[in-house]
Design a protein around this ligand. Structure first.
Ligand code: SF4
Ligand code: SF4
Length: 912
C-alpha cells in the first residue's frame, strides 16, 4: 500500500504450494506493527467514490500515453527501498532477517548459483556439503524478483565471485535467455563494473519445469560446470537432452548428507483412499508431539481419484531443506496401501537396509510370503527389511468405513514405525479423530476409535525366511511387465516407461516435438484396482444393454458371435442366444464380457441391472464376486472377446440401447474416478459417432481423464479411425471447436469444387454420387467412404496438379462430427461468451455440457449451474441464487436443437 505498485517476490511451482512443513507464523500483533495505518487510510481515500469522483482507465492517445507510463517511475524506483526497510523492521520485531538477495556460502566464493523459490533450499543444502568438502561456493537467493534491484544484487555477491550460474524454472521460447538470467546480466552490466576483481562470467540454465525433481546432485553438477574452461550456456539440468544437447550430466548417486538423523517414510496409496489426508495428519501429530521438524510432500497426477499417490514424509531434529523426493535406498519406512502397487519397481527401491515395509493385503499372514513375486521376496531378504501386513480393506469394511483405509493404515504406521512411543501415538491418533470428526457426531468418532483399536489386533509381523531359493532364482524376473510385446513402438518405448514410473529418465528425443500423441494407450494400463468383479449370469440376463451403457470405464462390453465362435472360446467363456426379432433364426449369440484388469469394481453395472432372480431376490443378472479367483480366467475370456469381430455398424439397431451397445466404444478405460458420472456420455458419443468425431475439449475433469499422460482413453477402431481430440482453455474452447468446423467445411467446399472441375475425367456418375450423397445414417456414411476410396484410385492415375490437391482433401467428403465438450464451469461460467458465439452461428456443431452443477476438477466450488441452496465442498454457505438455465438461453436462438438428458432418469431418451 505504501509502494502503490505491484511487485513480485519470487516465481516457483507445485513444490512450494504443496509442501507441508513446520513453520512458526508471526503473531498477529507483530504483523499489525508492520502496517502503516496512514498508508492504509491514504489508499482508502484514493478509492472511487461519488463523494469526490475521478475517472480511471481512460483511452489514451499517442500524444500522452508514453508520458503517463513514465510518470509512475518514481514509485517503481522507490519500491526496493520500501521492501528493504520493511524486512529490517520485521527483523527488529522477530529476530528473523531477510534481505532482497540472501547470500549463503563461502565469504570468498568463486562460484555462485542464483535462483529463487524452493530450489534455493536444495542449493543451500548442497552448498553446505561442498563447503564441508573445502569448496568455495555459494548460493544467492532472490527474495524480491520484480522490480529487480540490480545494485543490491551486485552488493550481495562476494567480491571474489568469478562465475555465476542463474537457474530459471521456466522456458521462454525465442528469448535470448530466461527472465532471471536476463535480469542478472543487466544488473552486472549496469552495476558490476569495479565491484569485482573481474566481471563474473554468467551462464543460465533451466531446471525443475512443472516441479520436476531438482536434487543436490543436480545443483552440484551446475557448480561443477562453472569450473569448466568454457561453461555451457544455455543449459538444462535434470533431463537428458539428446536433441539439442543442452543438458548437463550429473551423478544421481551424489548425496548432500542432509539425510543423516532424518527419518524418511514413503507411502503408496490410491487416490481417494485417504492415504494423503492421513499422512498430512501424521505430519501434524509428529511435529506437535515430538518437537521434531516435519516435512510432507505428496505426488499425485491430475487424475487424482483412482490414480497412485505417493506421500514423502521426513522428520528430523533441525529444519528440513530437502525440497526433493525421498530417493532410492533412503526410506526408513515404506508402506504399500494398495496391493496392486507392490510390483512397482520403485516402491521397494525406496527402502534402505533394515527398513520397515507395511503391506495392505487381503492374503492371510500364513500365505503371504509364498504369494509375493520372487523379486519382491528377494529384495525384502536382500535389504533385511522388517515386513508387516494388514488386511485394511476388510478391517475398514467391518468398521462400516467402506474403502476408506486411512485410519487403519495410519494406526499401523504409528504402531510399527517407532516415530512416536506406542501408547502416546495411539492417544494422539484418538485425539486427532476427536478434533477431525467431533463436530460430525459421536458415531463417526467411535467408529474411528474402534478401527484404531482393531488395527493393533489385526497387524501381523511376517517372518522373513532365512532361505528362499525360489525367490533368489526368480529375482531377475521383471515383476511389472504389463505391456504386450506386440504393442506399438511408442507404447513400448515411451508409455511403458511412464507407467513404470521412469518418465524422468526418458530422453528429450522420446517426446513428440509438436505434442501429438498416439490414441488408445489406456488399454495398456492394467490397473487391476477392483477388489470385486461383476459376474454375468447369461441365463437371467434379458440383454437390455444397460450395463455397458452405465460403465464409466467401458470395462463391460457386448458383442455378437456365432455358435462356432462360442464353441471355440476358452472354457468358462459365457454367451447366450441373442434375443430380439432381428436375430431370429440367425443362430447368433451374445456375450457381456468384463475386462478384469480395467474394471474398477464400482458396482454401477450391478446397480443398474434391472433383472432379479425370482427364487433368490438379492441375485441379479450381474453380481459382484471376489476379484482374485476371477482375474486369471477372465483375462483369457477378455482376450478372446477382443479378437471377436466388431458389429456391422450399418445393420445394428442403433436406436435401441442394446443395439447401440454392440458398437465398439472409442473412449475406453479412462482414469476417471471409479463410478464417474460423466464418462458414460462420452463413451456413448464415441460409440455413435467415434469413427468421424473431432473433439474440442475444455480444461476440466473431462480434459484430465481424457488427455492426461501417461495413457489416454480416446481410441481408434480396426480401420484406424477414431475421435481426434484436443484440449483448449475454458475461455476459448468453444471458438476452438468452431474453428475445427469452419476448417472442415472449407476443406469439403474445396474438394467439391475440385470434383466439379475434374468431373469429365473422373466420371460424372461418381462425381454426382459424391456430391449428392445422403450421409444421414451409418449405411450412407459407409457408402460415401467407399466412393472416396474409388475416387482416390481414379485420382492416382491422373497427371494433373488439381488431382494431387483433391487427394489431399478427399477425406473431407465423408461426414465429420464436431463436438465441443466441457463442464459447467466452462459452459455456464468462464467459457460462456465463446459458447454463446458458437450457438449464434448456424454451423453443424454438437456441444456437450457435462453439467455436474459444481467445479468438480478443482474440488467443488459453485458454478452458475449450482442450484439455489446447494452446498459445495468449497462453498459451504450454500448457493444464494438459482441455477442459470443454459438450455433456455440456447433455445432462445430458435435454430438450436437442445436436449437435456440424464441416463439415470431415462436412458433411452439419452440415446434418442
Ligand atoms: S463394476 Fe463398474 S467398472 Fe466394473 S464393469 Fe461394472 S460398471 Fe464397469
Ligand atoms: S443390465 Fe443386466 S439384464 Fe441388462 S444386459 Fe446387463 S446383465 Fe443383462
Amino acid at each position: 500500500l505504501v509502494a502503490r505498485v505491484p511487485f513480485l517476490h519470487f516465481f516457483d511451482g507445485f513444490r512450494t504450494s504443496h509442501e507441508l512443513a513446520l513453520v512458526q507464523p508471526p503473531a498477529d500483533d507483530t504483523l499489525r506493527a508492520l502496517f502503516d495505518e496512514a498508508a492504509i487510510r491514504a489508499h482508502r481515500e484514493r478509492a472511487l467514490t461519488p463523494e469526490h469522483p475521478t475517472i480511471r482507465g481512460t483511452a489514451q492517445n499517442p500524444d500522452v500515453f508514453f508520458q503517463s507510463r513514465e510518470a509512475a517511475n518514481p514509485y517503481h524506483d522507490a519500491l526496493p527501498g520500501l521492501v528493504r526497510r520493511t524486512m529490517d523492521r520485521y527483523a527488529e520485531l522477530t529476530g528473523r532477517r531477510y534481505r532482497l538477495f540472501d547470500y549463503h556460502g563461502h565469504p570468498e566464493a568463486g562460484r555462485v548459483l542464483v535462483l529463487m523459490g524452493s530450489g534455493a533450499e536444495t542449493v543451500h543444502e548442497t552448498v553446505d556439503a561442498l563447503l564441508a568438502a573445502g569448496e568455495r561456493v555459494g548460493v544467492l537467493r532472490v527474495r524480491l524478483y520484480r522490480p529487480f534491484a540490480g545494485a543490491d544484487f551486485v552488493a550481495a555477491l562476494p567480491r571474489t565471485t568469478r562465475a555465476i550460474a542463474v537457474l530459471d524454472r521456466c522456458k521462454e521460447p525465442g528469448a535470448p535467455a530466461e527472465p532471471l538470467h536476463l535480469d542478472v546480466i543487466a544488473a552486472l552490466a549496469q552495476h558490476g563494473h569495479g565491484a569485482f576483481q573481474t566481471l563474473p562470467r554468467t551462464i543460465g540454465g533451466r531446471y525443475g519445469l512443472s516441479s520436476k525433481e531438482f536434487t543436490p546432485a543436480m545443483a552440484k553438477a551446475v557448480f561443477d560446470e562453472l569450473s569448466a574452461t568454457v561453461p555451457r550456456s544455455p543449459f538444462t539440468i535434470g533431463i537428458h537432452d539428446d536433441v539439442t544437447h543442452l543438458s548437463l550430466d550429473f551423478d544421481p548417486h551424489w548425496k548432500s548428507g542432509a539425510a543423516a538423523g532424518v527419518t524418511a517414510c514413503v507411502f503408496y496409496g490410491l487416490g481417494s483412499d485417504g492415504t494423503v489426508s492421513a499422512n498430512k495428519n501424521s505430519v501434524q501429530i509428529i511435529a506437535a508431539h515430538t518437537g521434531r521438524h516435519a516435512q510432507g510432500y505428496f505426488v499425485y497426477d491430475s487424475k487424482k481419484s483412482g490414480a497412485m499417490t505417493v506421500s514423502h514424509l521426513r522428520f528430523g531434529p533441525g529444519p528440513i531443506r530437502s525440497a526433493y523426493l525421498i530417493g532410492a535406498g533412503e526410506a526408513d519406512f515404506v508402506a504399500c496401501h494398495q496391493p496392486a502397487f507392490l510390483t512397482r519397481p520403485e516402491l521397494l527401491a525406496h527402502a534402505k537396509p533394515g527398513a520397515t515395509l507395511l503391506l495392505n493385503t487381503p492374503l492371510a499372514p500364513g500365505r503371504l510370503w509364498a504369494s509375493l513375486p520372487p523379486l519382491v521376496r528377494a529384495t525384502i531378504r536382500g535389504r533385511n527389511l522388517r515386513l508387516y501386513a494388514i488386511d485394511a480393506y476388510a478391517l475398514a469394511a467391518a468398521q462400516g468405513m467402506g474403502r476408506r483405509i486411512n485410519t487403519v493404515m495410519q494406526t499401523a504406521f504409528f504402531a510399527i514405525s517407532g516415530v512416536l512411543p506406542g501408547e502416546a501415538a495411539i492417544a494422539a491418533l484418538k485425539q486427532s479423530v476427536e478434533d477431525s470428526y467431533g463436530r460430525k457426531g459421536r458415531r463417526l468418532v467411535e467408529q474411528n476409535h474402534a478401527a484404531i483399536d482393531a488395527t493393533l489386533a489385526a497387524l501381523h509381523a511376517i517372518p522373513v525366511p532365512e532361505r528362499d531359493e525360489a525367490a533368489d532364482d526368480g529375482a531377475g524376473e521383471a515383476v511389472h511387465a504389463t505391456i504386450p510385446a506386440d504393442a506399438p513402438a511408442f507404447v513400448r518405448l515411451v508409455t511403458a516407461e511412464l507407467l513404470a514410473g521412469r518418465g524422468n529418465e526418458l530422453p528429450v528425443s522420446a517426446l513428440p516435438a509438436d505434442g501429438s500423441f498416439p490414441v488408445g494407450t489406456a488399454r495398456y494400463e492394467k490397473r487391476a484396482l477392483a477388489l470385486e468383479l461383476p459376474v454375468w449370469d447369461e441365463k437371467l440376463c434379458i440383454q437390455c444393454g444397460k450395463c455397458p451403457l452405465v460403465c464409466p470405464h467401458a470395462a463391460i462390453r457386448a458383442k455378437l458371435l456365432t455358435s462356432g465362435q462360442a464353441d471355440a472360446a476358452p472354457a468358462g467363456f459365457r454367451s447366450a442366444p441373442a434375443k430380439g426379432k432381428e436375430y431370429a433364426g440367425s443362430g447368433l449369440r451374445i456375450v457381456y464380457q468384463v475386462a478384469p484388469e480395467d474394471c474398477t469394481g464400482c458396482n454401477l453395472c450391478v446397480e443398474v441391472c434391472p433383472v432379479r432372480d425370482k427364487s433368490e431376490h438379492r441375485r441379479k443378472a450381474l453380481n459382484m464376486a471376489p476379484a482374485e479367483p476371477l482375474r486369471e480366467p477372465e483375462r483369457a475370456n477378455w482376450a478372446y472377446f477382443l479378437q471377436l469381430p466388431e458389429a456391422d455398424r450399418s445393420t445394428t439397431r442403433i436406436g435401441l440401447i442394446r443395439g447401440a451397445m454392440l458398437h465398439e466404444p472409442l473412449f475406453e478405460f479412462s482414469g476417471a474416478c471409479a463410478g464417474c458420472g460423466e464418462t458414460p456420455y462420452l463413451k456413448l458419443a464415441s460409440q455413435l459417432f467415434g469413427d468421424r468425431m473431432l473433439v474440442a475439449n475444455a480444461t476440466g475433469c473431462s480434459s484430465i481423464y481424457g488427455g492426461n499422460l501417461p495413457t489416454t482413453p480416446w481410441a481408434a477402431n480396426r480401420d484406424g479411425r477414431g475421435p481426434a481430440w484436443a484440449n483448449s482453455l475454458f475461455e476459448d474452447n468453444a471458438e476452438f471447436g468452431l474453428g475445427m468446423r469452419i476448417a472442415l467445411d472449407q476443406q469439403r467446399e474445396h474438394a467439391e469444387a475440385l470434383l466439379r472441375e475434374l468431373a469429365d475425367v473422373l466420371g460424372t456418375t461418381l462425381v454426382e454420387a459424391l456430391l449428392g450423397a445422403d450421409q444421414s445414417d451409418e449405411a450412407g456414411i459407409a457408402a460415401q467412404r467407399l466412393r472416396v476410396a474409388d475416387l482416390r484410385t481414379r485420382l492416382a492415375t491422373l497427371h494433373d496438379p488439381r488431382a494431387r490437391r483433391l487427394e489431399h482433401f478427399a477425406d473431407a467428403l465423408a461426414k465429420k462430427s464436431v463436438w465441443i465438450v466441457g463442464g459447467d464451469g466452462w459452459a455456464y461460467d468462464i467459457g460462456y461468451g465463446g459458447l454463446d458465439h458458437v450457438l449464434a452461428s448456424d454451423r453443424d456443431i454438437n456441444i456437450l455440457v457435462l453439467d455436474t452443477e459444481v467445479y468438480s476438477n478443482t474440488g467443488g466450488q459453485t458454478s452458475k449451474a449450482t442450484p439455489r441452496g446447494a452446498v459445495a465442498k468449497f462453498s459451504a454457505g450454500g448457493k444464494r441464487v438459482g441455477k442459470k438455465d443454459l438450455a433456455l438461453l440456447a433455445m432462445d436462438y430458435g435454430h438450436v436443437y437442445v436436449a437435456r438428458v440424464a441416463f439415470g432418469a431415462k436412458d433411452q431418451q439419452t440415446l434418442n
